[in-house]
Ligand binder design. Structure first.
Ligand code: ZN
Ligand code: ZN
Ligand code: FE
Length: 762
């Protein structure tokens, strides 16, 4: 007889690990116990050594689907004579790292019960088990136990308790376990938030309201959605009007994969992504169909599609008979998603005609994740529900606990402890008061949840970012590490790929504060986790009117035209000549015209010159629509560009787009189709990327490239650049875990700070 103590860390709490281990030990007739500890679980088992070996290897080989084992160690113990295997209640061990599971979509077993008329949970909208259900959004504290969730107020019934305590049951120790007798209940509220009479079935009421073309606010896992039938143009238009959302595409929910296939082309990779337990919104290529109104995603060849992920969604989608629902986050444009019940009803009254709610509190608001497949691999756009707060391993561990504060837009933050970065869910744009509040609250909440007390703060170089201000406010006497924006982008890409560099880092985005105080965004950095050199960049142009130019791409276009020696008045009839003249004068006199090397602004300028977009309702819209148009053409011809010497010794090369602008203006004059112009522009940029990378490889001997920055959400650019670079012999690192946009900044900041701290410590 032998006895072993086994310590496992990783995501092993709240994912059915204890019942799995109990079953395994019982089958092998091993005695001992398992208990949750902070950061993982501890097992002690005894039996003959061969059986113990089998037990240990089965732990990793057949672990439950949602478990992520980070590390497993075992050591011999004196035999204690345990005959049977038991599950002990939680104890805490504050030295180990803590993992909190993300929210998980309804599993197949639960779905079968939900739809089975004989089951005691038939049509119960809140059923779940140890493999599925709410997690991050209901967890109040750690370790993950029912008393530390927003389910604590629901007294568990006798029948549920029997399941909860039965090691052979799927709901053994499922913390949010619930049934119609003891769990949360759905409720139907009218437009002003008054509850319907008790005999009204909330789901049937919602279905009939939706069928009548009404807009219903639906309480979900991490917040409220606004829903309406996607095939009704008036409903969708009304939703846009009430949400003050002019043109941003809405996401839709379909009953199942087959319903999705009517609307979109779905590849095998995309199918797998749609069906992961994370259930993200996946951007898919649209089919021509009249099953959804044009206003759902005006002009877009893409549609954001998701499958139901809660039992409530499944019931709704079943009862709607396969009709598609617009599901957009329940907020006015750009505000964080509403999650507090009273606040939601207040904020959404006037937008929603009625409310489908429930009485399980949402402790943490969390949006839907958004993602897509690019060049056969996932490229995340927004990392939130289903993914956060899954840890990411850092290439260099944090020697002290740290907090990285991210950027200003698409804000996230990250806690670092040891080898792990806990990157938060997507929060929003911090110039919104409500987003800033949510950001600050989430930071406090995560610190408590993960038991991390940051001794070092890390933030962006931009003095006016709210995240920088927050760091300054809370720092006290803790040291602050300041990281340049584009360096953080590249480091984020390095970190998730588990490498330290050096690489040639391509950071293409809209705006980031440069080390020289100008606005950067078309950068080739020779970088590792410690430092960077701005080895090449786009030729800077004037940004007439500063931030105003972001919403009026014609201003950047005028500036690019003037820089190329062209007359900006060719921009067209829909712009007043006086306005163009005024902008030309601003550029000439350098008045309110910061200089920028931004790649995002170059896309804006080309979009405006080609006539795709001259004004936009949200940042990046002109660039995105240029990509849409480029997708219409299979043109392989390219435009010329120039490469000039940079400011030695730091910068070797400047990419000069004046020849490109000349050629585009000529194509516009010749009446060449917009799609072809857009495509040629993309081809040019891919050529230019390769050209600069080859030159930098010659200069430095570095053959690895990392691509990051929001501009690389552009699938044509990303896929094209990756293919060309790889065929030229480069090793290309790209994002697949975190978004290339500012949503990934905090991870990069953390990776850099950890490296610098390690370096200081010797
Ligand atoms: Zn389940
Ligand atoms: Zn119950
Ligand atoms: Fe950025």
């Amino acid at each position: 007889m032998d006895r072993r103590a086994i310590a496992i860390s990783g995501i092993v709490q709240g994912v059915g690990f204890r019942p799995f281990v109990h079953g395994l030990a019982s089958r092998l007739q091993l005695g001992g116990f398992i208990r949750n500890v902070d950061g993982g679980i501890r097992i002690e088992v005894e039996g003959d050594s061969q059986t113990l070996d089998r037990f240990v290897s089965a732990l990793t080989e057949s672990a439950p689907p949602l478990a992520r084992i980070e590390a497993m160690h075992w050591s011999p113990r004196p035999v204690a004579g345990d005959r049977s295997f038991r599950i002990e209640t939680s104890a805490t061990d504050l030295d180990a790292p803590i993992f909190i599971p993300p929210d998980v979509a309804t599993c197949d077993d639960c779905l079968a019960e939900l739809l089975h008329p004989g089951d005691r949970r038939y049509r119960y909208p809140f059923l779940n088990c140890s493999h599925c259900g709410p997690r991050l959004t209901i967890i109040v504290g750690s370790p993950y136990d029912r008393e530390k969730t927003s389910m604590a107020s629901f007294a568990i019934c006798e029948t549920c308790r029997a399941e909860y305590e039965n090691p052979l049951d799927r709901r053994f120790h499922a913390q949010p376990i619930a049934c119609p007798k003891c769990g949360p209940q759905a409720q139907w509220l009218d437009a002003s938030g008054h509850p319907a009479p008790a005999m009204v079935d909330p789901i049937r009421a919602a279905v009939s309201a939706l069928n009548d073309g009404r807009i219903v606010a639906i309480k979900g896992l991490g917040g409220y959605h606004l829903a309406g039938l996607a095939r009704l143009p008036e409903t969708v238009a009304e939703l846009r009007r009430r949400k003050h959302r002019d043109e941003k595409p809405f996401a839709v929910m379909v009953r199942d994969l087959n319903a999705g296939r009517w609307l979109c082309e779905i590849s095998a990779d995309e199918e797998a992504l749609l069906q992961t337990p994370r259930r993200p919104i996946v951007l898919l290529r649209r089919r021509p169909t009249r099953a959804i109104a044009e206003a759902v995603a005006p002009g877009s060849p893409w549609l954001g599609l998701m499958l139901p992920y809660t039992p409530l969604h499944h019931l709704l989608m079943q009862d709607l008979g396969g009709q598609t629902l617009v599901m957009t986050s329940g907020n006015r444009s750009d505000e964080p998603i509403a999650h507090d019940d009273r606040e939601a009803v207040e904020r959404l009254s006037g937008i929603a005609d009625a409310f489908l709610v429930h009485d399980r509190p949402i402790h943490l608001r969390c949006d839907d994740s958004v993602t897509r497949i690019v060049a056969g691999v996932e490229l995340p756009i927004r990392r939130a529900r289903g993914e956060a707060p899954r840890p990411i391993r850092l290439p260099i561990a944090c020697d002290r606990p740290m907090l990285a504060l991210g950027g200003q837009f698409k804000a996230t933050f990250a806690l670092g402890r040891g080898p792990h970065a806990f990157l938060s869910h997507h929060i929003g744009d911090l110039d919104q008061c409500s987003a800033l509040r949510s950001y600050e609250e989430s930071i406090v909440h995560y610190q408590r949840l993960f038991g991390v007390h940051p001794e070092v703060l890390v933030h962006d170089l931009h003095p006016d970012y709210s995240s920088t201000g927050y760091a300054e406010r809370i720092a006290g006497d803790r040291p602050r590490i300041v990281v340049q924006h584009h360096h953080a982008h590249i480091a984020a890409c390095l970190a998730e790929n588990g490498v330290r560099g050096p690489v040639i880092g391509l950071a293409f985005d809209g705006t980031g504060y440069g080390s020289d105080g100008t606005i950067w965004g078309g950068e080739f950095l020779v970088a590792d986790l410690m430092e960077f050199r701005r080895a090449a960049h786009f030729r800077p142009v004037a940004l007439p009117g500063g931030d105003r130019a972001i919403y009026e791409p014609w201003r950047v276009a005028a500036s690019y035209l003037i820089d190329a020696g062209k007359d900006p008045s060719i921009l067209g009839d829909d712009l007043a000549p006086a306005a163009i003249k005024a902008v030309a004068r601003m550029v000439e006199r350098r008045w309110n015209t910061p200089m920028t090397s931004s790649a995002g602004r170059l896309f804006d300028a080309v979009s405006a010159i080609a006539g795709v977009r001259r004004r936009v309702s949200h940042e990046g819209q002109a660039a995105v629509e240029l990509e849409w148009r480029a997708a219409e053409s299979d043109e392989s011809e390219s435009y010329p560009f120039g490469v000039g010497p940079g400011e030695a010794p730091e910068t070797s090369w400047i990419l000069d787009f004046r020849p490109t602008i000349h050629a585009i203006v000529e194509d516009v004059r010749l009446g060449i189709k917009v799609g072809r112009i857009a495509r040629r522009f993309h081809c040019m940029l891919i050529d230019a990327i390769l050209e600069i990378c080859v030159r930098l490889r010659e200069e430095t001997g570095i053959g690895s490239v990392a691509i990051s920055g929001g501009v690389f959400l552009n699938a044509i650019l990303s896929a094209g650049a990756i293919a060309r670079l790889e065929s030229a012999g480069f090793r290309v690192y790209r994002h697949r875990l975190v978004p290339p946009n500012d949503g990934g900044l905090a991870l990069g900041q953390l990776a850099i700070a950890a490296a610098r701290l390690r370096n200081e410590g010797g």
